[in-house]
Design a protein around this ligand. Structure first.
Ligand code: 13P
Length: 287
């Protein structure tokens, strides 16, 4: 069932668990995540970055694929199709394409401009019944060629954006996209607690879910995080399983070169990663 992320995140916040956002790259990725969510009776959010949208031949192709897949696979759990770190222009493209949720990342604008653009999108999303994620304080690491420094958001600015009526709020708390460097200082729970206090019931989003230790994930959920984004970890799992298949020479045996066989171990590795995360986040059985 394709739905906005609003209800699933409100329930997650009240129930003290988090819903995973898993980024998709192709048909295999999408199928693996949807089947795992259905098997575990977990709500799920499919994330699509602008780069991934382009790679998959545009947002409309993605939306049509996801909707058809939900139908063909009889997926009954709530699924949100969400634009990840969208520019202002991409938000409108995804609204037109049939996404059920969008993220407007205005964190690189001055706060006044972030407020103005977010406010406009709140009204559009409200009218169309879509959920909207906003961001305050850029999240570190590299995503689609954009490198952020990983800052801690200002709790007052978070309140300003939350008060505009967004559905969920991503706030930088020392988190980074991709692998964490060995000298990473960890999440700033002080910042997270201060933001939580200011924004009350607003579900908070933790980006850069790859490689955050389990105890930090649990503490973040305790402090109000209701959506956790995972991307790189599925890519690493997929690549490792595919490498093992080829290194074992399996592509050279019989019809092992058939893409349905060649990609199967990677798909299973994505499923295992998503399952592990859903169990850790506490979303299993919450659909
Ligand atoms: P990772 O790639 O670090 O898991 O981050 C994913 C993310 O935050 C997508 O917005």
């Amino acid at each position: 069932m394709l739905v906005s992320a609003k209800e699933m995140l409100t329930k997650a916040k009240e129930g003290h668990y988090a819903v995973g956002q898993f980024n998709i790259n192709n048909l295999e990725w999408t199928k693996a995540i949807l089947l795992t969510a259905e098997e575990l009776k977990s709500p799920v959010i499919l994330g699509v970055s602008e780069g991934a949208g382009k790679y998959m031949c545009g947002f409309k192709t993605v939306a049509d694929m996801v909707k058809s897949m939900i139908n063909e696979l009889n997926i009954t759990v709530p699924v949100a199709l969400h634009l990840d770190h969208g520019t202002y222009e991409a938000c409108y493209k995804c609204i037109d394409a049939g996404f059920s949720s969008i993220m407007f990342d205005g964190s690189h604008y001055a706060i006044e401009e972030n407020v103005a653009k977010t406010k406009e999108l709140v009204a559009v999303c409200e009218e169309k019944g879509l959920s909207l994620e906003a961001e305050v304080g850029s999240i570190g690491g590299e995503e689609d060629g954009v490198v952020g420094m990983g800052e801690c958001a200002d709790p007052d600015e978070c309140k300003m954006i939350a008060d505009l009526g967004v559905t969920m709020l991503a706030a930088g708390i020392g988190n980074i996209h991709g692998k964490y460097p060995a000298n990473w200082a960890g999440l700033s729970f002080e910042t997270l607690a201060a933001i939580s206090e200011k924004v009350g019931k607003m579900p908070l989003v933790l980006h850069g879910g790859t490689g955050i230790p389990e105890d930090m994930i649990k503490k973040a959920i305790d402090l109000g995080v209701s959506k956790i984004n995972v991307n790189t970890e599925c890519q690493l799992a997929f690549a490792a399983a595919t490498r093992a298949y080829v290194e074992a020479g399996k592509d050279l045996q019989g019809k092992g070169f058939d893409p349905r066989k060649l990609l199967a171990p990677g798909v299973e590795a994505i499923k295992a990663t998503v399952k592990e995360k859903m169990e850790l986040f506490g979303s299993v059985g919450k659909a």
